[in-house]
Design a protein around this ligand. Sequence first.
Ligand code: ZN
Length: 348
Amino acid sequence: MKPEEKQVNYPPYWITSIEDVKQYLEKNAVKGKFSIAGHSAGGREIFVYEYGEKEDLPQTVSFSSAWTARKPELYTRAPERKKLSLFIYGAIHGAEVEGTAGLMNLINLLEHGVDLRGRRNDALLELAEQYRLVIVPLAQPDGRARFTRNSMIGQSLDVFQYYAHGYWKDGTPCKYPYHKEIMPLPVDQMEHLGSYFNDNGVNCQHDDFFGNMQPEVETLIRLVHEERPDCILSTHACEADPGMGFPAACLSEEGLNMAQQIAASVMARQLRENLHPYHRVNLRRPTKGFILQDILFMASGGLPLLYEFPHGCENIPFTHEEIIDLGLTLFEEIMKYGVETRFKNRFF
Ligand SMILES: [Zn+2]
């Protein structure tokens, strides 16, 4: 049942496994702070790395109350804050580790002044210094543990199917998006549970947010609620070209405009740097319906963004190197936009 996999060597700057990420953060988090934010359905640790001091301003109003009073600044306290706050979480779908790899390079840049390849990136570093950053590199570690590789680079779409979405016991693939028709998936009927799902068989993007909430989702909601970030980025990956998406259910017209402007500048930058051999970087349409990103926005007021990295499977090849550069240019363009606009008008 398990498809044949190609032998691939992972470069040393590609840190994405639970063990490697933990070991790296334990050893290297000096300027920033490493801690355990919570646990997954399967009892695995959820790591968080914080950079820059947390500004603990009093909370005298709920987000809902302040927003409908047309004074969201009473909630965000943006005018009193010294720094912008950016919250980034990766691998809520456990095999989508490309963002994690980029984030570990960003953390190394913050800690040591060079990325994990030993390269300086002063433009990104200077921007990052203007932020408080909260980074959850592996938001759904159960799925990450089931993905026993470190990347999908060079693999067939069968390998992608096996690890990302899984197979039923009768030998049929558990197909995206049809697996969204059952939630949670009956894990006892799976030959191999895909990394999309935590050990309870739940795709956290579509959790039962107001009922039996999953611990990974609870952890993220608590973190963003405490943080009140200006922007929230969720990093995903798929078997297609890279692109940017964003939820639409929660966003105001101006919020949507901002997300589209960011998506356009990320796309332009990545095309300029020839980071996509096909020149077809996608600008995705807003999601119909609502997803975890909407919930995190409502829990915190942070402009929600979603970026799809390419897996670099054999159908659409990318190198590890290119994927790291996609990540670093993505972070830089978002930070640049935030410094220029303070993400200020996202509510109206
Ligand atoms: Zn995803």
